[in-house]
Design a protein around this ligand. Sequence first.
Ligand SMILES: Cc1cc2nc3c(=O)[nH]c(=O)nc-3n(C[C@H](O)[C@H](O)[C@H](O)COP(=O)(O)O)c2cc1C
Length: 360
Amino acid sequence: MKAGRAASSGKAHATRHRPGRDRRPGPVVEPIGGGPAEVIGRIDLSVELAPGLRLDNPILVASGTFGYGIEYGDVVDVQRLGAICCKGTTLKPRIGNVTPRVTETPAGMLNSIGLQNPGVDAVIERYAPTWAGWQVPVIVNVAGESVEDYVEVARRLEGVPGVAGIELNISCPNVGKGGLQFAIDADAAGAVTAAVRRATDLPLLVKLSPNVADVRPIAKAIEKAGADAITAINTLSGIAVRPDRSRPLLGNIYGGLSGPAVKPVALRIVYEVAQVVDIPIVAIGGVSELADALDYFAVGACAVQVGTAVFADPTLPIRIIDGLEAECRRRGFDSFRPLIGTALPRKPGASSAKGVEYRP
Ligand SMILES: Cc1cc2nc3c(=O)[nH]c(=O)nc-3n(C[C@H](O)[C@H](O)[C@H](O)COP(=O)(O)O)c2cc1C
C-alpha cells in the first residue's frame, strides 16, 4: 500500500465547501456499561475529491442514471446529495444508438444508450444556470472520440458557473487508434488525461473501464497524468439474445452491464487500484444499499456513486447518506473516515493513504 494523500485531506482550497454549512463533528458520549460510544451531534461525512471539490457527503449519483439532476427535483432533495454526475456530454449532439437500447438481466441491466445528449453548448446553456444556484456540486461526465474532442469539451466547461468538475468517460472508441477504447490502453488513457489536465483547472476525475485484464497500469497512468481522482467502474461489456434467438437483442448488439451483478468485479477493481494509487477513488457498481457503500469504503474508496438502483428508487442515495451517518454514530465515529481501507492488506508500520492507520 502506498502512503500518500488522505481521502479527505482538508486542503485550504475548497470552492464548494461553504463555511456556513461546515459540519463540525459532535462530541463522543461514553455509554454507561460499555459498548461503542455513541456520537451526539454532527457526523463529518465531508470528503475532498480534488482541490476545490469538497463534498458534504460521499454519496454521489452516477452518470447516465440521474439525467442532469433537474429531472429529479420533484422526487428527491437533490441538494442533499454529495454530488451529481450528469449524463455523458460530447462536443456535438448525439442521438444515440438504435433501439432496443436496454434490457433487464439477472441482478442488473444492459444498456446501449450510445451517449445520447444535446452537446456541450446546449448543456451549458440549458442546465448550468440552474446548477449555479445549487449547493450540490454537479460534475459533468465528458465523452469523445479523440483527444481533441475531450480537450475542447473541457475548455468550454472551464469557468462555467455551476460546473464543479469533470469526469472523463474514457470508455469510448478512439478514432485515432482505429476504434480502440482509451480506457483499455495505459498510454491512451494517460494521454487523454494529460491533455485535459493541461486544458483545464477544473477538478478532474477519470473513470475506469472494467473491460481490461489488469486495470492497475491504467490507473497509474491516469494518476501520473494529473487526474485528481479515479472513478471506477463503468459498465461491463455484454450482450443479450432475442427470445426467438434470431439475433442479439440490443440494436447495437453490445451493451453495458450494470447493477448488483457487477459489484464483485467493481469491488475487486477498487481493491486493486487502492493499492497502487494515492489519489481518491470513487467506487461505482451495483450500490443498492448502505452495506454496498460500506464494502467499497473498506476496500479503499472514499466515496461511492449510486447508478442503476436509482431507477428503481430515486430516494435511495439520500437513504444511504442517512444510514451512513447513523452507522458512524452507532460505532462511535465522528466521521466516516475510519471506515475507509479497513479491508486492504496491512503492511506493518505503514500509515494508510486512505485515512486509517494500519494496526500490527
Ligand atoms: C442507462 C445508463 C446510462 C449510462 N450512461 C453513462 C454515461 O453517459 N457516462 C458514463 O461514464 N457512464 C454511464 N453509465 C455507467 C454508470 O455511470 C455506472 O458507471 C455503471 O452503471 C455502474 O454502476 P451501477 O451498477 O450502480 O449502475 C450509464 C449506465 C446506465 C445504466
